[in-house]
Design a protein around this ligand. Structure first.
Ligand SMILES: *[C@@H]1O[C@H](CO)[C@@H](O)[C@H](O)[C@H]1NC(C)=O
Ligand SMILES: *[C@@H]1O[C@H](CO)[C@@H](O)[C@H](O)[C@H]1NC(C)=O
Ligand SMILES: *[C@@H]1O[C@H](CO)[C@@H](O)[C@H](O)[C@H]1NC(C)=O
Ligand SMILES: *[C@@H]1O[C@H](CO)[C@@H](O)[C@H](O)[C@H]1NC(C)=O
Ligand SMILES: *[C@@H]1O[C@H](CO)[C@@H](O)[C@H](O)[C@H]1NC(C)=O
Ligand SMILES: *[C@@H]1O[C@H](CO)[C@@H](O)[C@H](O)[C@H]1NC(C)=O
Ligand SMILES: *[C@@H]1O[C@H](CO)[C@@H](O)[C@H](O)[C@H]1NC(C)=O
Ligand SMILES: [Cu+2]
Length: 591
């Protein structure tokens, strides 16, 4: 039983009513069904003097937020009025025994065809915090996304931090001035493409203008002295962002719907796929302050992209801003400095003694994987061709030197798996335990194509997968490499949360680094930031039967093949086995 602070009269009545209800209704009966209809269609939007046709849910950018309470069931009717095949992925929702609802096209389901509908049904149980949803088809994710907020069963007063005055989603995204389906094709075929602007909650902000008209920016009105919970989501395809608010600090209290030890910082680093819940106290001199999101990138010799900063304003209520008054700007980290990101992520630890933290960390490891992440090239035609930036190759992204290729099959793999057909294994290639070749992974001399990397560059494509027996404790070390580029990689595992044991710069060295593992209170995440030219070690229990996508959440790395499938086999009982697919499951387009 929690203790109540002295309530005023009206809260006292509510509390009495709640206690009364608790007494007569068993807790399970309190769970609600939260229902939404998502109408996906194409809408013309104008930014930067350009009208662009974008695909949106219910005409909104970002899309509608889904707000639920831990224990609720969610029902989302997707009505596809767009010209594209699509699926929706509920990013970070564990989907225990419900892999069918995970929304990965041709892995867990046939896509929803144009003019077709499908209803997703799933439960959120044992999770609280900020997650999100997004299209898992092509680059539609750039505009088809929204927040998924899970509140605690016992209300905001059961947060492990002071109850905030307001909760505000902050979705970082991108504005693209092109047909995204074409952009996806372009990247898969080695054409360089880039977005036009960064956005905060869909607004480009006052750094963007054309023909004398300035873009609207996101405005957060605050009252002096009050505390706000920002639910920050990086829904972008391209970049990790540094987020700052001039004159204010953040106290990060959760990430990926898992509480963290409160961590106070003036900058948040958030990679695509991650969420960060942060408290901000409006304790500065009343006035106006810029909230700035800066996409970071690896320094040269990596190819440099335009730096498309966005900003909104935090403004104190009842402050008369003199005309022409400029808000205070924060000092941002250098866009090429990725150390603040490494430090930020390394400072996150799990919050102990919270009922939802599934401690302790398993200490008995059944399988260990060492996975290198990098780029490579394949020949456009045949198996031998001129390499080193020649036009006979295109660039792909790899794990352990294999780039994922969707198997050519007209049935979703999960159906083949469910029916136990050995046809499936013939389609797949096993993700090896370790990199096939030992080299100095993080030697910067490998970045620009040159003699050192020439031998390493050739790679191959396959439907990369790894099977785990139900309950296997898996440890994975992701090793970033300098192969052709030195980007960080936000690695996202579907259907499971993972313990983040340690991270560091350079090459992982078990003899040195195992001693640094945090087995006491590691952060628990669904998207793990693998630092630039560094590594991260994670552990998880493969206890959710199904086929789970494990991939880099940078849109371009995903499209280029930095993906593997983690296949978790059924356990021995029905309640550890994948049930039958939903009756109204979509069927696939006939080829
Ligand atoms: C509008 O977009 C096109 C590409 O789609 C681009 O070539 C053009 O420069 C844009 N115009 C403006 C005013 O930004
Ligand atoms: C899809 O849902 C919409 C809205 O509920 C409905 O009008 C339409 O008939 C449905 N279409 C199909 C093919 O079921
Ligand atoms: C328009 O944008 C350009 C480039 O960001 C900037 O230099 C200029 O000051 C802006 N103009 C206005 C009126 O904001
Ligand atoms: C935590 O952040 C501080 C400040 O950026 C940094 O000096 C420190 O190294 C970080 N801790 C870790 C373990 O990286
Ligand atoms: C490829 O590059 C070579 C030499 O730079 C050039 O002659 C050839 O036309 C190019 N081929 C294509 C298909 O672009
Ligand atoms: C790997 O390369 C880095 C950078 O050139 C160098 O400092 C380091 O000594 C190399 N490590 C090994 C094991 O060769
Ligand atoms: C990847 O495998 C190819 C052979 O398929 C080999 O030539 C290349 O050196 C390997 N690269 C790495 C980074 O292991
Ligand atoms: Cu995802």
């Amino acid at each position: 039983m929690k203790c109540w602070s002295l309530p005023d009269a009206s809260t006292a009545i509510t509390i009495a009513a709640v206690i009364f209800l608790h007494a007569i209704i068993p807790p399970a009966a309190m769970a609600a069904v939260v229902e939404h209809t998502f109408i996906v269609s194409q809408v013309k939007m104008t930014h930067l003097c350009n009208e662009t046709l974008v695909t949106l849910v219910n005409g909104q950018f970002p899309g509608p937020a889904i707000e639920v309470t831990d224990g609720d069931s969610v029902t989302v009717h997707v009505v596809n009025k767009s010209p594209y095949d699509l699926t929706i992925h509920w990013h970070g929702v564990k989907q225990q025994l419900n892999c069918w609802a995970d929304g990965v096209p041709m892995i867990t389901q046939c896509p929803i065809l144009p003019n077709h509908n499908f209803t997703y049904k799933f439960n959120v149980a044992g999770q609280e915090g900020t997650l999100w949803w997004h299209a898992h088809v092509a680059f539609l994710q750039a505009t088809v996304h929204g927040a998924l907020v899970i509140r605690p069963r016992h209300g905001a007063s059961s947060y492990p931090f002071p109850k905030p005055h307001k909760e505000i989603p902050i979705i970082l995204g991108e504005w693209w001035q092109m047909d995204l389906e074409r952009a996806d094709w372009g990247i898969a075929h080695g054409v360089d493409l880039y977005f036009g602007a960064s956005t905060i909650n869909g607004k480009l902000g006052d750094l963007y203008n054309c023909s004398g008209s300035i873009e609207d920016g996101y405005v957060l009105d605050v009252e002096p002295g009050k505390t706000y919970l920002l639910r920050v989501i990086n829904a972008a395809l391209f970049a990790e962002y540094y987020l700052k608010i001039a004159g204010h600090k953040f106290t990060v209290v959760a990430s990926d719907a898992n509480y963290v030890t409160p961590y106070t910082t003036d900058v948040i680093a958030i990679a695509p796929g991650e969420t960060m819940d942060a408290l901000v106290v409006a304790d500065a001199a009343p006035g106006r302050y810029y909230m700035v999101a800066l996409p970071n990138q690896s320094p040269e010799p990596d190819p440099q992209s335009p730096v498309l900063i966005t900003r909104g304003i935090v403004q104190y209520r009842r402050v008369q801003a003199p005309a022409g008054d400029t808000p205070v700007s924060p000092e941002m980290p250098d866009q090429d400095d990725l150390m603040p990101s490494l430090h930020f992520h390394a400072n996150l630890t799990g919050l102990l003694h919270h009922p939802h933290q599934p401690t302790p960390v398993p200490t008995q490891v059944d399988e260990r994987l060492f996975i290198t992440l990098g780029l490579g090239t394949v020949c456009r035609r045949g198996h031998s061709c001129k390499r080193s930036q020649s036009n006979e190759t295109f660039t792909v992204a790899t794990m352990n030197n294999i780039s994922f290729q969707q198997p050519a099959v007209a049935t979703p793999l999960l159906k083949l798996h469910y029916h136990n057909t050995n046809r499936m294994d013939m389609l797949l290639q096993e993700l090896p335990d370790k990199a096939p070749r030992v080299f100095n992974y993080t030697d910067p001399a490998l970045i620009p194509p040159g003699p050192k990397e020439a031998k390493l560059e050739p790679t191959s494509k396959a439907a990369l997968a790894r099977r785990f027996r139900h309950g296997t404790v898996v440890e994975v070390v992701f090793q970033g490499t300098a192969l052709l580029q030195s980007e960080s990689n936000p690695m996202h595992l579907h259907g499971h949360d993972v313990f983040v044991l340690a991270q560091g710069e350079g090459n992982y060295d078990a003899a040195r680094d195992v001693a640094r593992y945090n087995l006491v209170n590691p952060a628990i995440k669904n998207t793990v930031h693998v630092p630039r030219l560094g590594w991260v070690a994670i552990r998880f229990v493969a206890d959710n039967p199904g086929i789970w996508y494990m991939h880099c959440h940078f849109g371009f790395h995903l499209t280029m093949g930095m993906v593997a499938l983690f296949i978790v086999e059924d356990g021995l009982t029905t309640d550890t086995s994948l049930p039958a697919p939903p009756a109204d499951f979509p069927s696939c387009r006939h080829i």
